[in-house]
Ligand binder design. Sequence first.
Ligand SMILES: [Ca+2]
Ligand SMILES: [Ca+2]
Length: 488
Amino acid sequence: MNRRNFLTGGAGALALSTTGCKFDWLTELKKEYPNVLMLIVDDLNDWVGPLGGHPNTKTPNIDRLAAQGTVFTNAHAPAPLCGPSRASIMTGLAPSSTGIYGHVHDNDIKSANDKAAHSIFISDYFRQNGYYTAAVGKVFHERVADNSFDVYGGRVNNFGPYPEKRMKWHDPRTNTDWGAFPEKDSQMPDYDSAQWLAKQLQTAHDKPFFIVGGFLRPHVPWHVPQKWFDMHPVEGLALPPYFKEDLDDVPDIAKRVSELPMMPTTEWAIENGEWRNMVQAYLASVSFVDSCVGIVLDALEKSEYANNTAVVLWGDHGYQLGEKSKFAKMALWERATRTPLIIKPPKSQSKQVSNRPVSLLDLYPTLIKMCGLPPNLAVQGNDITPLLSKPDASWEHAAVTTYGPNNHAVRTERYRYISYEDGTEELYDHKMDGNEWVNLANDAKYTQLKQNIRKYLPSENASWSPVSYYDGNPYFDELTKKAQANTN
Ligand SMILES: [Ca+2]
Ligand SMILES: [Ca+2]
């Protein structure tokens, strides 16, 4: 009997067959179908213990989760920006299919184009299959789409609390700023979200659940209480690898798509003696949000759901802290696309590590497979459950990150290949060049290799949807205006 029948007609049939004894079919159902707890950490790059992206990072709670599940060391976002990344993960459709390349209001996603209109949000899919669904914080780009969860615990406006005056960076077009603030963890919205999630886990649910928490840090501003800064003394903090002439060998369009006039540059950070302070503030924000993850994990471990709940943790894309002269996401390079992805199965296991290239687009088919729900044939991405059983299983897939129409990065286990809409390319060999300093794309030696990797490029490149927007970057701003002009 499939699950839908079980929920609709099946209950009656079971009641008949168990005449005379009280058969609590919902309880039986709950035993059979695992719960899902999904934790999203905004702008969390690979500076977490299990990924080793920064030697001074301290993430004991994420480490604890990793010790009980599978860590994907080569996981990448569908897009290097919150809006398109999350729209893609929630619909199970790549940006190249929906045309959502920039930000999008949560309630506009379904109006992006025909494909988006027919999509089913992952939360709705769980609900349609009998799950209780609840969320708090930033789950979609803003909050959650209306009615996409049974219960929504809210999100405070923007990324505050903010100090009365800017501390270090004064451009009003960005939230970017750093320094210890406010005084206590309990003044932070993420702390409230963690408490809200803990309460959900202490509640008796009569259905299996799909509960999602969207934390805001380490998204800018990098303001968290002083104790988290104290945990990462500036003296001796390692700086990310930086090569001043790095961008000399990339195509012009690579610089245009990643240009962010309102953000600090590495040269600015060096001249003003702020680079280490910024790294410290990001690490402090990561350790703070890790403690919020810890509150939720503690609650889960103490709950009746400890042994039947899958836990999934991911960041929505990476973040550059001075590499390639950027303090930003919004690029098709490794530190902007790489993100933590940890999946703990319903029953804990010992730590496993998979180096296979996977995408957060894979979450949708993977989670419904893990829970034994029928596949949603409309979603893209790959079911990565084979890697949960065998992390080094043979794997034919690559991870694609898209940033604007027909600009794609393809990550294989060894290489990063980038193809831009104007035909220009980048190619990096991670075995030799983990920093992606030497662009090999124009070396004839790699013609065949590039050809082999190109087969992973999306077969469609939807035009920029007029509901999508981004004005922080001149290239994206122009595309936004063109798409809007075409509809008027
Ligand atoms: Ca983000
Ligand atoms: Ca370079």
